[in-house]
Design a protein around this ligand. Structure first.
Ligand SMILES: [Zn+2]
Length: 323
């Protein structure tokens, strides 16, 4: 397999990461605000500038790169390298020809896929999932993303959604909590950062959490407040851990993995999260005679970049995207 470095880009909803990636190593990296409300075209101009800076730092030009891998925070047609939908982020994305952009700006072939699926590949190839052939990755962040590997192959599906919509598995028939996707009571609408902020803004909060703007609070702040003895934060944690555990049981029943990896910023508080999830899953997942391991990702911040690098190296080596 070629070891030429790859230009890897993680187009998140709040932040864009740009990296020159070689295997599990980030040779140079920039992070810029996504400003996703202004659209993808506007973001790509800023990605260009950050890419130039990374290449300059390494005294490298784009001709020495293998290709460009992009992780996108939404559904992706990875056959056509086109974004399909993203619930309000980068609303012009479906009209942007990403392959053409990479070719004309950088002379590179492009591979595009959903960010959770790229993070799945990153953890599978370089992180907590190395050597495992059947695994599920759950990214807990602004939303909830999932990706699945079965029998050593990344699950993609007829319409590119297979394994990707775990965050939008409905977990209650009685709840009227609306999700960003238009359904009710999806896992993401019950226990993601955006759902937490919605709930905090609607409630009158006391204790540690009352001093911060709801829009600034994430799960790290919740778990920090618990360490200071905050009861409200503890009640929130009990609820969200129950949601994540219920979702993981559903994913285990759907995909039959040996390993479930939790990644994303939330899992920086892994010590506070994992024991409760393991207990619940051990009790309720129907796995007679074996136990599904539940682990933290090794690369919560960069798994998608590493996955994008790997996919480009693999696919372009196979000649799949080379014209
Ligand atoms: Zn949903």
């Amino acid at each position: 397999m070629s070891r030429q470095p790859v230009l890897a880009i993680d187009l998140g909803g709040t932040e864009i990461k740009i990296g020159i990636v070689d295997g599990a190593h980030i040779l140079a990296e920039r992070k810029i605000p996504a400003l996703a409300g202004r659209g993808l075209r506007a973001a790509l101009d800023r990605v260009d500038e950050a890419t130039r800076e990374c290449l300059g730092e390494l005294s490298m030009d784009s001709g020495s790169l293998c290709g460009c891998g992009v992780a996108f925070a939404g559904l992706v047609d990875c056959g056509e390298n086109r974004a399909l939908g993203s619930n309000g982020k980068y609303e012009d994305a479906a009209t942007v020809d990403m392959s053409r952009w990479a070719k004309s700006r950088w002379g590179l072939e492009l591979v595009l896929d959903n960010d959770a699926r790229m993070a799945t590949v990153g953890e599978w190839q370089f992180g907590a999932g190395a050597g495992v052939s059947d695994l599920v990755v759950v990214t807990l962040g602004t939303g909830i993303g999932t990706g699945v590997v079965i029998d050593g192959k990344v699950l993609v599906g007829r319409h590119f959604r297979a394994g990707n919509l775990g965050g939008h598995i409905p977990l209650s028939v009685d709840s009227n909590v609306m999700c960003s996707c238009g359904n009710r009571a999806c896992a993401e609408s019950l226990a993601s950062t955006w759902a937490l902020r919605r709930d905090l803004a609607a409630e009158s909060i006391e204790g540690d959490l009352s001093t911060a703007e709801p829009s600034e609070i994430g799960f790290q702040e919740i778990f920090a407040a618990i360490e200071n003895g905050d009861d409200e934060a503890a009640a929130i944690a009990v609820r969200v851990i129950r949601v994540w555990s219920t979702l993981i049981v559903a994913l285990i029943h759907a995909y039959d993995p040996d390993l479930v990896i939790l990644t994303g910023n939330v899992t920086r508080s892994g010590d506070a999260i994992l024991p409760g999830i393991r207990d619940y899953v051990n009790q309720y997942a129907w796995t007679p005679g074996y136990e599904v391991r539940i682990e933290q990702g090794e690369y919560p911040a960069i798994a998608a970049l590493l996955g994008a690098g790997y996919v480009v190296t693999r696919d372009l080596n196979d000649g799949k995207h080379v014209q």
